[in-house]
Design a protein around this ligand. Structure first.
Ligand SMILES: [Zn+2]
Length: 290
């Protein structure tokens, strides 16, 4: 499931191609995809692409000072957004892909036509919303503030060591499941929770409220450091994630504990363990994390 670094990767890759581009047409191919009326967005220009928690937001309007529309795309489990520039024939005429043409799909690597749930046709290319398991959602709002997540954004300036200490205080929950709580911090899932705790040298079963000042400091800096580094490597691919070019995330090979049960710890050479916490796997090093 895409976490903050994967969603941020998609946003950063879409910005240069979609921002200031006109959405000629949005075509929905899956009846399950509700929450947006494509006719309403026709010919609107995307003036900004941003991220709110794990949602990708297209900010649209016809012109400055005209009413705005904000489309939130949530990738959920297996959603990906793939950018494809139209091929250009001599004379500059653009070739808009026709989804009914079978050889078009054969050319587009790894994309199965039945997995494409929506197509955003822009002036010089299109964004394909591919989603084999069909859990991804669209939502449309007049006010972008409506998409603001409940939890604190860990890469914002508001995420300070003091704020984190206040959030952790009084919580008797174990720190690993606590990190997954989207009402506390947004965007952290199972992969980065494990990597952050390894970087902070904290045992995943520690009680959130029991962390001392120096431990909170370590957790705070590890959170920012790991998320930033993962973004710089275009995220992590464990099973499905692809960026907008169809490539896997480069952070996978830098994982220190996640999905490495019984393998050697890259730091102390001991064995990585796996335990279950609230029905989900947690990977950690019993020597490095206390
Ligand atoms: Zn270790």
């Amino acid at each position: 499931m895409p976490e903050l670094p994967e969603v941020e990767t998609v946003v950063r890759q879409l910005r240069p191609v979609v921002q200031q581009n006109k959405l000629v047409r949005l075509r929905l191919l899956d009846k399950k995809l509700r929450g947006v009326n494509p006719a309403e967005l026709r010919h609107m220009r995307v003036y900004k692409v941003s991220r709110a928690g794990k949602q990708i937001i297209f900010h649209l309007r016809h012109a400055r000072k005209e009413p705005e529309r904000h489309l939130a795309i949530h990738l959920r489990m297996t959603g990906t957004l793939i950018w494809q520039r139209y091929a250009e024939r001599s004379g500059g005429r653009k070739v808009v892909p026709d989804v009914s043409r079978r050889n078009y799909w054969r050319k587009a690597a790894d994309i199965l036509p039945q997995h494409v749930r929506a197509i955003f046709y822009f002036e010089d290319g299109c964004v394909l919303f591919c989603d084999p398991r069909r859990f991804g959602t669209f939502a449309l709002k007049a006010d972008a503030a409506g998409f603001r997540p409940a939890g604190l954004e860990p890469l914002s300036r508001a995420f300070t060591r003091k704020k984190l200490a206040n959030l952790l205080r009084l919580s008797s929950q174990e720190i690993k499941p606590w990190l997954l709580r989207q009402d506390k911090l947004c965007g952290i899932g199972n992969i980065y929770a494990a990597e952050i705790l390894f970087a902070a040298r904290l045992h995943p079963r520690r009680r959130a409220g029991s962390l001392g000042a120096s431990e909170v400091q370590r957790l705070h800096s590890a959170t920012v450091r790991i998320l930033r580094k993962a973004i710089s490597f275009c995220g992590t691919t464990v099973s499905d994630f692809q960026d907008t070019t169809g490539s896997a995330g480069g952070f996978s090979r830098l994982l220190k504990v996640y999905d490495r049960e019984n393998r050697r710890c890259r730091r102390c050479r001991g064995a990585i363990l796996r335990i279950m916490q609230q029905g989900r796997s947690t990977y950690y090093c019993p020597v490095c994390q206390t």
